[in-house]
Design a binder for this molecule. Structure first.
Ligand SMILES: *Cc1c(COP(=O)(O)O)cnc(C)c1O
Length: 401
C-alpha cells in the first residue's frame, strides 16, 4: 500500500487522536523505511522504546521462540519468564519485587495505587507531582501530569493530586501535610522538553520524604532502562526512590510496563488488591529479558555515555551559528536541542533530510536514538541536523523579506 492509501484507510477507521504523515513499513537497526522506500535515520526510536534498534536479532529470536512455545496464560498461572524478568529488574533497581502491566500510564497508575494503599491506614492519600511533568493519559496519570493540554475537557478529575515546581524544594515542602502519601517525579522530564532534575534537588527531595515519612516514587518510564548511561535516571544523583515505574524501553518495542519497589514496599499490594489480564505474559517478559541481555552484552550503558556525549558535542556549535538555537542539554541518549522558536518546522526539515526527531514542549528537538546506534550514524545525524538548521535559517530569512 502507498502512504496515501494507508492514510485514507486510517482516517476512515482510526480515531483522529494523532495526525502522522509518514507511513513506516520496515526497520533495521537505526534505520526505517517508508511505504515509498525512503530511508530515515530513526532518532525517535518509537519514542525511546526501540532501544536495541529495529529488529535486533536477539530480541526477534526471543519473541519468535516464546511465541511458538507459550504466549499468554493470564496471572492465574505461574510462568517462568515473569519472575526471571522481575529478578533482572530487582538486581539493578531497588532490590524488591515488581508488578507487571502493559504501558507507562498503567505503571504510574500502579505507583499511585501502591502509595494510596500504603497510606490508607493513616489517612495519607495525596500525591505530589511537578509542573511540566508527564505521567500518562489515564484519568489519574493525566491528573498527575503537569501540563494543562492533556486535561482539557476531561474534568471532573480525580482528587488527591497536588503540583509543585520542578527543581524547587520549597514548593514541595509547602505542599506536604498529614494527607501526603508520596512524591512522584521524573529524574529527567523528557516530554517536558528534556529538563533534568538537579542532583541537589533530588537529594533534598529524598531527605524531605524521609523526614515527612512519605514515599519518593520515580517515573522512569522514559529515562530508565539505560538511556542515561545508568540503568535508571535517579542513579546519578545518588538517591534511592521507594518505588519506580518502567515501560517504554523495557520491552525494546514489545509493550510491557512494571512497578518495582524496595523490599519494604514489596508486599503493600497484597493478594487480590491489584490485577491485570495481560500484565507479565511469558511473551512480554521474554522480550524484557532479551533487552537486559543485549544491553549488558553490547555494553549499551557505556555507549549511551560516550556516543550520547558525541551527539551533544556535535550539536553544541549550533548555538554559536544561529541566534535561534539556545543550546543543547541532556544525558546519554536523551538529547534536546532547544530553540527560541517553534521547533516543529525544523522537525519537518529534518524529516526531509532523512532524520526522524521529535519536536517536544514546543521549542525543543528531542533526540532519543536506539542505544545500538553507531558512531557513524551519530555523525550522519549531526551532519543532517547542521544541514537542516542551515535550511531553516534560509527559510526564515526568506519569510522575513
Ligand atoms: C511515555 C511516558 C508515560 C506514558 O507511557 P504510555 O506507555 O504512553 O502510557 C509516562 N511517563 C513518562 C515519563 C513517559 O515518558
Amino acid at each position: 500500500m502507498s502512504t496515501t492509501e494507508i492514510r485514507s484507510l486510517h482516517e476512515q477507521f482510526v480515531m483522529p487522536t494523532y495526525a502522522p504523515e509518514i507511513a513506516l513499513v520496515r526497520g533495521d537497526g537505526c534505520r526505517v523505511w517508508d511505504a515509498e522506500g525512503h530511508e530515515y535515520l530513526d532518532f525517535i526510536a518509537g519514542i525511546a522504546v526501540v532501544s536495541l534498534g529495529h529488529c535486533h536479532p536477539v530480541l526477534v529470536q526471543a519473541i519468535r521462540e516464546q511465541a511458538g512455545t507459550l504466549m499468554h496464560v493470564s496471572n492465574l498461572f505461574y510462568n517462568e519468564q515473569q519472575p526471571k524478568l522481575a529478578r533482572a529488574i530487582s538486581k539493578r533497581a531497588l532490590g524488591g519485587k515488581s508488578f507487571f502491566c502493559n504501558s507507562g500510564a498503567e505503571a504510574n497508575e500502579g505507583l499511585i495505587k501502591l502509595a494510596r494503599r500504603w497510606g490508607h491506614g493513616v489517612g495519607r492519600h495525596e500525591v505530589i507531582s511537578f509542573g511540566n511533568s508527564f505521567h500518562g493519559r489515564t484519568l489519574a496519570t493525566l491528573t498527575a501530569t503537569g501540563q494543562d493540554k492533556v486535561k482539557k475537557g476531561f474534568d471532573p478529575l480525580p482528587p488527591g493530586f497536588r503540583q509543585a515546581e520542578f527543581n524547587d524544594i520549597e514548593s514541595v515542602r509547602n505542599l506536604v501535610n498529614g494527607k501526603t502519601a508520596a512524591v512522584l517525579i521524573e529524574a529527567i522530564q523528557c516530554e517536558g522538553g528534556i529538563r533534568i532534575a538537579d542532583h541537589e534537588f533530588l537529594r533534598s527531595l529524598r531527605a524531605l520524604c524521609d523526614e515527612a515519612g512519605i514515599l519518593l516514587m520515580c517515573d522512569e518510564v522514559q529515562c530508565g532502562m539505560g538511556r542515561t548511561g545508568n540503568w535508571f535516571g535517579y542513579e546519578e544523583a545518588g538517591i534511592r526512590p521507594d518505588a519506580i515505574a518502567l515501560a517504554k524501553g523495557l520491552g525494546g518495542g514489545f509493550p510491557i510496563g512494571a512497578v518495582s519497589a524496595t523490599p519494604e514496599l514489596s508486599d503493600v499490594l497484597t493478594l487480590g488488591s491489584h490485577a491485570t489480564t495481560f500484565g507479565g505474559t511469558p511473551l512480554a517478559c521474554a522480550a524484557g529479558l532479551a533487552v537486559f541481555k543485549v544491553i549488558e552484552e553490547e555494553n549499551l550503558l557505556e555507549r549511551a555515555r560516550f556516543l550520547g556525549a558525541r551527539l551533544a558535542q556535535g550539536l553544541a556549535a549550533l548555538s554559536d551559528t544561529y541566534e535561534w538555537v539556545v543550546g543543547v542539554r541532556g544525558t546519554g541518549f536523551i538529547v534536546g536541542l532547544e530553540l527560541s522558536r517553534d521547533a516543529l518546522p525544523l522537525q519537518k526539515i529534518l524529516e526531509e533530510k532523512g532524520l526522524l526527531s521529535l519536536a517536544t514542549a514546543n521549542t525543543v528537538i528531542r533526540l532519543v536514538p536506539p542505544m545500538t546506534v553507531s558512531e557513524q550514524e551519530i555523525d550522519e545525524a549531526v551532519s543532517r541536523i547542521h544541514d537542516a538548521c542551515a535550511a531553516f535559517q534560509e527559510v526564515s530569512e526568506e519569510s522575513k523579506i
